[in-house]
Write a protein that binds this ligand. Sequence first.
Ligand code: MF3
Ligand code: CO
Length: 250
Amino acid sequence: MIILKSPQEIDLMRRAGKITAAARALAGEMVRPGVTTQEINAEVERFIRKQGAVPSFLHYNGYPASVCISVNDEIIHGIPGKRVLREGDVVSVDVGAYIGGFHGDGAATFPCGTISPEAQKLIDVTRQSFFEGIRFAREGHRLQDISAAVQQYVEENGFSVVREYVGHGVGAKMHEPPEIPNYGRPGHGPRLLRGMTLAIEPMVNAGAAAITQLSDGWTVKTADGKWAAHYENTILITDGEPEILTAPAI
Ligand code: MF3
Ligand code: CO
């Protein structure tokens, strides 16, 4: 059952979304050569708590940090640590904030210093695939209209979408129904209705779609060692254009 949020609940989700967006932006500003991923995690956690919120990911299913930081061939769920970011890295940051009983969830991939044109294309196509997808995030469409649009845009640009991990409903719980694959068939899946709050999150591999799971129990990498990118916003289905609840402030 997909939970529809009331106007009051939507206001609370806006608040969680704003803090999530600001936390993601802070993480992105910190991505530069020489910084460690645990320094980014610590700053972002401090920021979230200063806003009166709680990091959504910390201790979620035993996850040990507030931010997921996934570098280069790491796709998602990288655990912050002593790794020092280097010029040319692509750095995916995923973060959530919980406040007033609701979660925001957002991610983006940032360049570390100067990166290759191929790496920049991967970042750009991944971000744009989200916007191609949400053209269909409106009443009158079905869920897989979003999925299929993401997949088509990614694949026509020569990249592939991850199959094993998907977007999701988000609200009082970080993961609510429905699952939102980044692949699918137009006209399939549940009908979209106003009041649905959804985390749309393309995970895009520069090479093949296959993944491998690291022995740390969390980090997901590309099987072929080529690089990956991630982009995610929490959105609200309305009676018109979708509202991006984790939109950057500027
Ligand atoms: N943002 C991730 C998602 O959308 C959640 C990270 S898993 C966690 O599903 F354990 F780190 F929280
Ligand atoms: Co998510």
